[in-house]
Design a protein. Structure first.
Length: 228
């Protein structure tokens, strides 16, 4: 294929990525992933930052994973400095799918504690995938410091991230279990239960944790022993 024809095709694809119809954008992202072209990487990343449709965003991520990591990874990491929350969130999500461990130093504390819930959730998921073994305990402490944050979905995401780290989270959970905030204690206890029994389900674990927290530490210990 000559360069003129290739440039024309790429121009049409870029136009389709910005089309009003989400089906057209979805097809364009699919085409970009089916026939990966490094020349499109900037446009794909830029589209991730503004794309309103979940399915199109997911296809954009897939298209980016089809390109060489040495091209995509630095550009995605550069999105961490964006003022647009979706740009940060989608870059983190895409990097978690690429799975390049060299990204770990760029997953900063500020991203893990980002004020935007979706960015923070994306950072937690990416961090769990990318963290080196020697940093797992430190990551567990950063995540456990946010126990009690947000709504049900936010807390579920945090519990899943913590449980994915395994037994290394147990010391980090202890501070949450002794917190003065009942919401933090309940979240820590529910996470502890999920760690020991992943099939228990988050909502039952939370409800049981709330009951135990309401009883107080002494009465809760009696109930726990009776249940064993």
């Amino acid at each position: 294929m000559d360069s003129t024809h290739r440039n024309t095709q790429e121009r049409r694809l870029l136009d389709a990525l910005a089309a009003a119809n989400p089906s057209t954008r979805l097809q364009a992202a699919l085409t970009a992933g089916t026939h990966p072209a490094p020349a499109l990487v900037d446009a794909l990343i830029a589209r991730c930052a503004v794309e309103p449709d979940f399915f199109v965003r997911d296809m954009l991520t897939w298209a980016l994973t089809r390109l060489p990591p040495d091209i995509t990874v630095p550009k995605l990491c550069a999105e961490f400095g964006s003022d647009r929350a979706q740009a940060r969130s989608q870059a983190l999500h895409t990097l978690s799918k690429i799975g390049d461990g060299s990204v770990w130093p760029a997953i900063t504390r500020s991203l893990l504690h980002d004020a935007d819930d979706e960015v923070a959730r994306s950072a937690w998921r990416a961090a769990v995938v990318l963290v080196p073994a020697g940093h797992r305990a430190g990551l567990a402490a950063e995540l456990a410091a946010q126990l009690g944050r947000g709504d049900r979905e936010m807390r579920l995401s945090l519990s899943r991230a913590l449980v994915a780290l395994g037994d290394v989270i147990e010391p980090a959970l202890r501070s949450g279990l002794s917190s003065d905030d009942p919401a933090v204690r309940a979240h820590a206890l529910a996470t502890e239960r999920l760690l020991s029994d992943p099939d228990a389900g988050f909502d039952p674990a939370v409800e049981q944790a709330k009951r135990l927290v309401a009883l107080g530490p002494d009465r809760a210990e009696e109930v726990e022993k009776a249940a064993c």
